[in-house]
Design a protein around this ligand. Structure first.
Ligand code: FE2
Length: 287
């Protein structure tokens, strides 16, 4: 193997994969190399541009820590995360649509009683979220685990900014015997994706919008059902049609209904105005 030319090099690299024992790995690497080589040829990539790309990916890696996942943000903003989501979850009609995990999930949120407030130390519009979890057959799913997280009205998740105390705006809940869930929070607002890193510089260089529409994240786990990772979005949010991570699906847009009644607010242990959203989730049976 020597004397490769611009024309013969790709074939030689692909042949080097001939003895890969894992056939799926071989398939993935063959396709990846073929496409990246084709890309370099198509744009006539210069050495300077290639090194700029390597420097960029290095910075993306250096920006990652326990609270910040710049590689997920890169994948999300390039639409790769949602493409993989679409390929992986071709939902049968009736099941709740899936979305990406996003860069701000943190495992280990506290288990809370039904109705608890995940935003105890975060000021904002009081918001009551509730609904029912069922299977595709309409059967109520009792004891399903919901892992919930969201940004505060100032756009920051817990772990991202000192204004959000530890584990605030995160919580784990269980559905009751009727498959119902309920928790209290503050109304999520649209927020900018983190713009202080290499992905932010990329977004700026491309002149792209960087505000995500307000949303709440959910992961549902229940015995006998496929894990569901999704969002619900605030209806009327001005950024619904310009999500920089391409996640918005119309069925996931929920009405956060405003209530101005002082008596009703008192009965709920809060102040007016408050918001209430009812959203039902439908799980797919486990494969
Ligand atoms: Fe989010």
């Amino acid at each position: 193997m020597r004397d490769f030319t611009e024309e013969s090099l790709t074939k030689a690299v692909l042949q080097a994969l001939d003895r890969t024992p894992d056939k799926r790995l071989q398939q993935i690497m063959t396709s990846l190399i073929a496409h990246v080589h084709a890309f370099a040829r198509e744009v006539e990539l210069t050495e300077g541009e290639w090194f700029q790309g390597i420097k960029f990916l290095t910075e993306v890696g250096h920006k990652c820590d326990e609270f910040r996942q710049e590689f997920i943000l890169l994948s999300d903003t390039l639409g790769i995360s949602m493409l993989v989501d679409h390929i992986t979850h071709r939902a049968p009609a009736g099941a709740t649509e899936t979305t990406v995990l996003g860069p701000f999930y943190r495992d280990g949120a506290p288990a809370l009683e039904t109705g608890s407030n995940i935003a105890q130390k975060t000021p904002g519009d009081p918001t009551f979220v509730s609904g029912r979890v069922t299977g595709l057959d309409g059967k109520r799913v009792a004891g399903a685990l919901l892992d919930v997280w969201q940004a505060g009205p100032n756009g920051f998740y817990e772990g991202q900014h000192p204004s959000v105390p530890e584990w605030n705006l995160r919580g784990k809940f269980r559905t009751d015997a009727e498959g119902r869930y309920a928790f209290r929070t503050v109304k999520p607002a649209s927020y900018p994706i983190p713009m202080d890193g290499p992905v932010g510089r990329m977004i700026t260089a491309l002149g792209r919008p960087f505000y995500r529409p307000g949303h709440i994240h959910f992961i549902f786990s229940a015995k006998g059902y496929e894990r569901l990772c999704t969002h619900i979005f605030v209806a009327g949010d001005p950024c619904l049609d310009s999500d920089p991570v391409f996640v918005v699906k119309s069925p996931l847009i929920a009405d956060f209904v405003r209530h101005d009644s002082i008596d009703e607010a008192k009965a709920r242990g809060t102040t007016a105005p408050f918001y209430a959203v009812e959203y039902n989730f439908v799980l797919k049976p486990a494969a």
